[in-house]
Design a protein around this ligand. Sequence first.
Ligand code: FAD
Length: 533
Amino acid sequence: MAENYPIVSYFMVIFIVIRLLSTVGKSKPSAHSLPDKLADKLHTDLESIIAASADFGNIVRETPAAVLHPSCPEDIAALVKFTYDNDNSSVPFAIAARGRGHSVRGQAMARGGVVVDMTSLARHHGSGGGAAIAVSWSRQLGYYADVGGGQIWRDVLEATLRHGLAPVSWTDYLYLTVGGTLSNAGISGQTFRYGPQISNVYEMDVITGTGELMTCSPDENPELFYSVLGGLGQFGIITRARIALDRAPKRVKWVRMLYSDFSAFTRDQEHLISKNGRDQGDALDYVEGLLLMHRGPPDSWRSSFFPLSDHPRIASLVNRHKIVYCLEVVKYYDDLTQNTVNKDLENLFQGLSHIPEFVFQKDVAYVDFLDRVREGELKLTAQGLWDVPHPWLNIFVPKSRISDFNDGVFKSIILKRSITTGTVLIYPMNRSMWDDRMSAVVPDEDVFYTIGFLYSSGFDDWQQFDLQNKDLLSFCEDAGIEVKHYLPNFGNEQEWRRHFGSKWRLFRQRKARFDPKMIFSPGQKIFNRNQSI
Ligand code: FAD
């Protein structure tokens, strides 16, 4: 945790104010001063600045002027209001909420501005920092949790499990903040059935670009509610979210099956996600997939799954086919269903076309399944391999073109270059589980695939992965495959306009309404006016 140097912070506040006043010059700002209590919470020590200048991607660096460690939502509101009130025509400094900084292209950075460390709110929840994690029930909603925007999902899981409950929609990795994933979508193998995390929110508290703290839901301030979900941090800072909960299972049956034939693999995935009724007993709870390629062992850092004794025969299968497709599914169970879960799985697997002798099964605790990536993270951290560049690319590909994508990208670009050392994920989801009123953008087909190229690289060779990313996107462009980016990163308005398509006008209107001075999340480079204090 960063040290606090209140005296330095105090001078920095004065510096911000002086710069602010000189920036706005003739426009005669209302010249509110920063509330005294904020001075101690604005950090300018090297450690804070360095931490806020980098992210998980380790590719982009932007230096903020200060980092706010709020202890309650009102601290953030005061900072935003100060910024908003002090200029009528231009932005004095930008503000970026930062969750865990697990973006890969500087999305939570604010050059010359103020980064708000949202996890600081979570640390202060006992002392007035707003919602910690409170579980409740109502006749209308059933069980739900009110969760601070800076809470990490791992803590949400732990707190809700104490009540025998859990959220239904997850990300693969749980050390991400609620505000951070809701600003994107929050996807994983549960999305086909429960929708992304943004589809499982009932209500939020949001600080808008005028410094107003507003509660929003589908019934109250709905425009703000739908803007913020998937809104890339552009419309406000989420300080509380009300998340849907369900009864938590105890354990999971976790199964992987291998395919050499891509069309059999996708046919089976699509069949399995077609059984997606919320109350459907014969549906799976999680469907993902990944590529096994002829470089490296069958297991990746993200999860060690295959028994060691099976590694040689899996490796030989992969060597033979160059790419093997691995279906990964999970069915939850508890005391009530432990006697029927195997039969249910048997029924679900009937008619699947995987290679019969390559089926692997595990039976693990629900928590261990959800937290499966953590072990890999700790291992990589110990080896000094976690904090390296991550030139990731995540895209959504329409189902109708997934076979062309396999031929042109997996079998051609990826296989031939043979530089891919990270995980490549591929799994389908149902568009009906996404709400088009929200800001998130997905392809215009009932079923689409998410493809995640989750590379790690050295500090001096990430460009070759970037080049590969560019080339595969060019291939899609030339082939007319209309992909949409997840966790997008574009350099100019034209690309953003294209990304949002028919939603662009609305996105802009919402920005003008909720953040008229374009204060928030400049690192997304959508509306950034690039001003520094
Ligand atoms: P940050 O990177 O800190 O912020 C992301 C954006 O949201 C920034 O623009 C920031 O300004 C804004 N923001 C942050 N907090 C708030 C807030 N409270 N209110 C408003 N705006 C805010 N994503 C998935 O969907 N599924 C996965 O399975 C998945 N796995 C991942 C695994 C790893 C190892 C990593 C590193 C990332 C993974 N991601 C996954 C991506 C992740 O969801 C996003 O990068 C997310 O933004 C990270 O959350 P964060 O808390 O670190 O947000």
